[in-house]
Design a protein around this ligand. Structure first.
Ligand code: ZN
Ligand code: ZN
Ligand code: FE
Length: 757
């Protein structure tokens, strides 16, 4: 009776492949004296066990409680089986089940054990740039199809040597079934090429790269999800050369630093930021610069923050070991194009930028840019969700049919949804670039294949001219639906927080097509998952020259001043007129008055632009969001006063911008500092929207406020809004898993489509 044998089948789904799950199950089965087998399937991991019931119970409990660090169990199903009489426990061949799908692990940064071995002179992988184990290494970027086995990855080009194979086969080894396992003898290698794409033979390529960097060279380095362009961060000559070659006069560069200690010299790091920097995802983290470092001004001019990451591959680690200071590590692409992944493309497209190439011969199958995060108010704000996070799904509250959310047009990501999962793509970029648009299409079909999702519904932004909308409209045999941009923003935030409506949604961004055909962007929407009521918005203002007004904030300054003061405004002694020619204003007034190429907008982004220009900060932007970012940078956070404001009653309430502009102009005339004006401006917005939320709460009895849209990357506004709302007993929801900007839009689109179905 005591030794009665039972048989069970256990099926585990979630991120359970490529994270050491089978070896973990194997060791556990051995520990509890169980017989049977474990294998990867197209669903996840399947386990057959035979043994005493108590032991099986303990075993299945431990599967959940002691699962490997990087795994994420979604479901565990346990079924009784007939006894087959296994004689041992083993890991058996993967099975592909047609019609099924499993999750894919994101790429995982190098683990402490591998780092340690990398520096051990007597280790057989001493300074081998592709060291990895079941706890770390490439995953998403090298996978061609599922299940995650070596022949389905770009490691198929390399055959393991005897020693590597023995590790791979040994259950007690850290590299047991580590698919990218390799060593110097059998695995990928690195090579240096010059500007003419000619190989430079080198015994010690890392040392050579170190020398070249020291001399001020700009080097294209092949990484995990694509190429980086690297150069010494403190070398002002190389930085200005890089800016010239990349046609990127002012946009901040990300840097890579050796360790936390070296970062803390030039940037402040709080415990949340440290956690994020050393996390397995290793994103670029925007940290507050310390003062007194002139080189930081070259890297991120007029910016409070500097984007920093730690080495995340063994190759980065080896390079950084040799460095005394940080390296710029910016995406290896031509302006507006997607990141370069193939060696041939690097030689072709990066030859105008790089002096040398450090390449390797492991193919990158999926492009994947570095992720970018910022800690605001002790919480992660994801600015770009890509390498390290993709393709981990966002869990949904409700079951959804198969849906494709096509995303926006700029900073595009798409979303594939099924059951309770939303799989967000890596950062795709600006679809108006042809190559990027091709990358978009390829990536959609790759995700569909590996995740086995066949959309019944394709959902796109209401903007008819977005290339993502056109892509959606070209799909056949599916239901196609369009959703409003800001509604999608609010619902994306609701979805990641697992809440239903109704909520008061504050959607602040630069541009989004409105239901009335105008450009929205400073919106208060009472939303649930399938519809919304526009409760309030910034008053409409013409954007003279349409898109030109986005690049040239002085156009918005003219538009706001004209609206507030009429034709007399050019006589005001304002800094905006010191820097722009007065004769530029007259033609703008003409096109505004005649309504030529000057569409109406309620955009919050444009209000920031206009204010930035009026106070003399920025009239011409060289990258998206620059004027607004600089306005945030100068703001004095200790200012508590604010400008007068007014808005109309009724639905929608219309918020007049005139009192704000008038107040700002008075302050300029009274020689107030721009830091104070900017602080007051931020406070004013908080007060306006707090008031409006109070009004809506009274009328509609809803206490929950959701904040979304790109403008909430602004720390001062986000912090201010959350604090003010919470003080007034609102329950506030913000983003922490997906971007608050258009990179998160696709999730909202898909959830809205699911709710309509
Ligand atoms: Zn490792
Ligand atoms: Zn080997
Ligand atoms: Fe948006």
């Amino acid at each position: 009776m005591k030794h009665l044998i039972h048989a069970k089948y256990i099926e585990i789904t979630g991120i359970v492949q490529g994270v050491g799950f089978r070896p973990f199950v194997y060791r556990l089965a051995k520990k509890y004296g169980l017989k049977g087998e474990v294998l990867n399937t197209s669903f996840g991991v399947s386990v057959f066990v035979e043994g005493e019931l108590d032991q099986i119970r303990l075993f299945s409990k431990k599967i959940q409680s002691e699962a490997p660090d990087h795994s994420l169990i979604d479901t565990i199903k346990i079924k009784n089986m007939n006894i087959q009489g296994f004689s041992d426990f083993s890991i058996t061949r993967s099975q592909k089940t047609p019609g099924a799908s499993s999750f894919i692990s994101p790429d995982i940064s190098i683990c402490p054990e591998c780092c340690h071995e990398l520096l051990q002179k007597d280790d057989r992988r001493y300074s081998y740039p592709f060291i990895n184990c079941t706890n770390c290494g490439p995953r998403f970027t090298i996978i061609e199809k599922t299940p995650y086995d070596r022949p389905n990855t770009s490691m198929k080009a390399f055959t393991m040597c005897k020693t590597c194979q023995a590790e791979y086969d040994n259950p007690s080894n850290r590299r047991f079934h580590a698919q990218p396992n390799a060593c110097e003898k059998c695995g990928p290698d690195i090579f240096i090429y010059d500007k003419k794409s000619e190989l430079i033979p080198s015994e010690k390529p890392i040392e050579m790269i170190t020398e070249l960097l020291k001399e001020g060279s700009i080097i294209a380095i092949k990484g995990l999800g694509g190429f980086h362009i690297a150069t010494l961060a403190e070398n002002s000559v190389s930085i200005s050369l890089l800016r010239k070659r990349k046609k990127r006069p002012e946009k901040p560069f990300a840097i890579m630093a050796k360790n936390i200690e070296s970062i803390s010299h030039f940037a402040s790091i709080n415990p949340h930021e440290k956690q994020l920097l050393i996390s397995k995802e290793r994103p670029i983290v925007l940290l507050k610069k310390r003062t007194g470092f002139s080189w930081l001004e070259n890297i991120a001019p007029n910016n409070k923050y500097i984007g920093v990451m730690l080495p995340y591959t063994p190759l980065h680690f080896l390079i950084m070991e040799q460095q005394k200071s940080a390296l710029v590590m910016t995406s290896g692409n031509r302006s507006g194009h997607p990141i370069v992944t193939h060696n041939g493309d690097a030689f072709k497209y990066l030859s105008d930028i790089a002096d040398f190439y450090l390449i390797h011969n492991r193919e990158i199958y999926q492009k994947c840019d570095d992720s970018i995060c910022k800690i605001i108010h002790r919480k992660t704000t994801v600015i770009r969700r890509s390498r390290g996070y993709t393709p981990t799904p966002v869990y949904l509250k409700q079951n959804a049919p198969h849906i494709l959310g096509c995303g926006g047009e700029l900073k595009n990501t798409f979303c594939l949804m099924k059951n309770k999962y939303a799989f967000m793509s890596q950062h795709i970029g600006d679809l108006k670039n042809l190559e990027t648009f091709n990358f978009y299409k390829q990536s959609i079909s790759h995700f569909q294949n590996v995740l086995n999702i066949h959309p019944e519904i394709v959902v796109h932004d209401m903007h008819p001219d977005y290339l993502s909308s056109r892509y959606a409209m070209d799909q056949i045999d599916v239901e196609i639906t369009a959703v409003q941009h800001h509604h999608a923003h609010i619902v994306s935030c609701m979805a990641e927080n697992g809440i239903d409506g109704p909520v008061i949604g504050l959607a602040f961004d630069g541009t989004g097509f409105g239901e009335d055909g105008k450009i929205w962007g400073g919106e208060v929407l009472l939303s649930d998952r399938h519809s919304f009521i526009r409760e309030a918005h910034l008053s409409y203002i013409p954007m003279p020259g349409n898109n030109a007004a986005v690049k040239e904030p002085y156009r918005m300054a003219v538009s706001y001043l004209f609206k507030t003061f009429g034709k007399t405004f050019p006589h005001l002694p304002l800094p905006v007129f010191e820097n722009i020619l007065k004769d530029k204003t007259e033609p703008l007034i003409q096109i505004i008055s005649k309504k030529i190429n000057s569409p109406d907008t309620s955009s919050m982004g444009r209000l920031f632009d206009g204010v930035s220009s009026i106070i003399g900060l920025r009239n011409f932007s060289t990258y998206e969001g620059q004027a607004a970012m600089e306005l945030e940078t100068v703001a004095d956070e200790n200012v508590s006063s604010y400008y007068k404001f007014e808005y109309t009653a009724g639905e929608p309430r219309i918020i007049s911008t005139q009192p704000i502009i008038r107040g700002i102009v008075e302050d300029i005339q009274n020689c107030r500092k721009i830091s104070e004006i900017s602080g007051k401006f931020h406070n004013t917005l908080v007060h306006i929207f707090l008031n409006i939320c109070n009004d809506i709460r009274k009328e509609k009895q809803t206490n929950r406020v959701v904040l979304s849209g790109g403008v909430f990357q602004n720390s001062i506004l986000l912090k201010g809004m959350v604090s003010a709302l919470e003080k007034n007993n609102f329950k506030v929801f913000t983003h922490s898993k997906i971007p608050t900007g258009d990179g998160g839009l696709a999730l909202g689109q898909a959830v809205i489509a699911a709710s309509i179905k």
